[in-house]
Design a protein around this ligand. Structure first.
Ligand SMILES: [Fe+2]
Length: 277
């Protein structure tokens, strides 16, 4: 089974369309989304529609939550953008037909905060972290601070793999359990940046000792200094699962121009797409 994992589209239609075109040319069985389909970007409705059409499901991200309920721990630019995004999903907003608005609202309401791939508890899926599925950032440098990352691994409850988005930085956290199966600061390996990997990353548990937290990066707002859209393919067909990371260039200038033309979306939200930060 080859599962394409996308995350953090952030209403960037140009990036999403480019990723879906790229995915169409590669062997895969399905696409899943780890959330934050909307927020920040200029095309929330079109992105929800494409994700609904192409993905088996999408989880709920904190920006999807902000549209449904309220923005939480957002900076002022993100708050302003989230209220504009919410207005796009209202029946009277911008000439939307009511049945389209109702369908999109229903799709947002169906998003879950966590899931397991094919009900297999070895494959946990969340938007942000196993401990706090909507809000906790698992940054690469947190490996040195340890407690947050060890907490995240411990929250996997013995499962081998978790897949998260949220930080928009693609790569892999690895940890080795001790004889009692515990995760401590000594358990953690250095974060493997996706762009520094050569070929697919082997998710080898070494007879159950190793666990992994995999971030496919962001389709619509990468933040690792590489502006290309990011996604990953999980391949579970062999004896050892692998994850392959992909970057693909898209017309970020087009998206930036749309954001600059939208007075509700801060210019910085467009500018950052050009540099991937
Ligand atoms: Fe996000």
């Amino acid at each position: 089974m080859r599962t394409v994992i996308i995350s953090d589209v952030h209403a960037n239609l140009e990036a999403l369309e480019t990723v879906l075109e790229d995915v169409a040319g590669r062997a895969h069985d399905r696409i899943i989304c780890l959330g934050d389909v909307i927020g920040y970007g200029p095309d929330p409705c079109a992105c929800i529609d494409l994700v609904e059409q192409h993905c088996e499901f999408s989880l709920l991200g904190n920006h999807d939550y902000a549209c449904l309920y309220e923005p939480t721990n957002f900076n002022p630019i993100a708050v302003q953008g989230s209220y504009w995004t919410r207005a796009q999903f209202e029946p009277e907003g911008d000439g939307l037909r009511n049945d389209d608005a109702a369908r999109r609202q229903a799709y947002l309401h169906l998003m879950r905060t966590f899931s397991y791939l094919d009900d297999d508890r070895d494959y946990l899926l969340v938007h942000a972290s196993p401990k706090k599925p909507l809000s906790e950032y698992l940054f690469q440098d947190d490996v040195q601070k340890a407690s947050k990352i060890t907490g995240a691994f411990s929250a996997m409850r013995g499962g081998a793999y978790a897949f998260v988005g949220h930080t928009h930085v693609p790569g892999v956290f690895s940890a080795e359990r001790d004889q009692e199966g515990r995760i401590s600061i000594d358990s953690l390996y250095e974060f493997d940046y996706a762009n520094e990997l050569e070929g697919p990353f082997e998710l080898d548990t070494c007879d159950g000792r190793m666990s992994f937290i995999v971030n496919p990066g962001s389709v619509g707002q990468p933040r690792d200094g590489d502006p290309r859209a990011s996604y990953a393919i999980l391949d579970t067909s062999g004896p050892v699962p692998t994850v392959e990371f992909t970057r693909i260039a898209y017309s970020a200038e087009t998206t930036r121009a749309k954001i600059h033309a939208n007075r509700h979306l801060g210019d910085r939200l467009g500018d950052r797409l050009i540099v991937g930060e």
